[in-house]
Design a protein around this ligand. Structure first.
Ligand code: AMP
Length: 189
């Protein structure tokens, strides 16, 4: 299976690039943020819980996210691979993902790290907030999401680097970044 993690700070373009990769490689997109927003819309128990964290720019607790992921992976037996977008976000989630995939005799093949300057991230997220209607695309929440990213999510880079799976991608345009990502994936395949 071709299992890819798309990694990066909020606003780094994970969602946009995931869509392009799915189209090219036929992978199943798993965006934990999108799943949680759907749960919030339907006002499920999970959605109500998640909303308390999301609206403050904090992470939803690991055990909630890991259980949710376990259910989704169970549901997908005959697919080419997954693209994980916004997951894992903590070391505990990274270790849980490895374990869940190992149980399916598969693993993460590559972690594509989208490197974008902090100023650009903030501007993008503010701009997105004008149209997205997302409760977390405002200046105060953006700042806490970036702090959370640096403190809790970034340590995963070292985790994947040690495994030889981290590929850092830079680029100024969507096309630029996508081309570099496909070059990287084609080299690995
Ligand atoms: P995203 O759409 O990936 O930017 O996620 C939006 C928000 O959903 C995040 O700021 C978190 O509050 C929550 N969230 C999404 N994915 C995760 C995850 N893997 N672990 C914890 N919280 C998450």
């Amino acid at each position: 299976m071709l299992n890819v993690v798309i990694f990066g700070a909020p606003g780094s373009g994970k969602g946009t690039q995931s869509e392009l990769i799915i189209e090219k490689y036929g992978l199943r997109h798993i965006s934990t943020g999108e799943i949680l927003r759907t749960e919030i819309e339907t006002q499920s128990e999970l959605g109500l819980l998640a909303d308390e964290y999301i609206s403050k720019g904090q992470l939803v607790p690991d055990e909630v996210i890991i259980e949710m992921l376990g259910d989704i992976l169970e549901d997908n037996k005959s697919i080419k691979g997954f693209i994980f977008d916004g997951f894992p976000r903590t070391l505990a989630q990274g270790e849980a993902l490895d374990k869940m995939l190992r149980e399916k005799n598969t693993s993460v093949v590559a972690v594509l790290n989208l490197a974008v300057e902090e100023e650009v991230l903030v501007q993008r997220l503010l701009k997105r907030g004008e149209v997205s209607g997302r409760s977390d695309d405002n200046l105060e929440t953006i700042q806490s999401r970036l702090d959370v990213y640096h403190n809790q999510t970034e340590p995963l880079k070292a985790y994947y680097k040690k495994q030889g799976k981290l590929f850092t991608i830079k680029g100024d345009t969507i096309d630029d970044v996508f081309e570099r990502m496909t070059d990287t994936l084609n080299r690995i395949l």
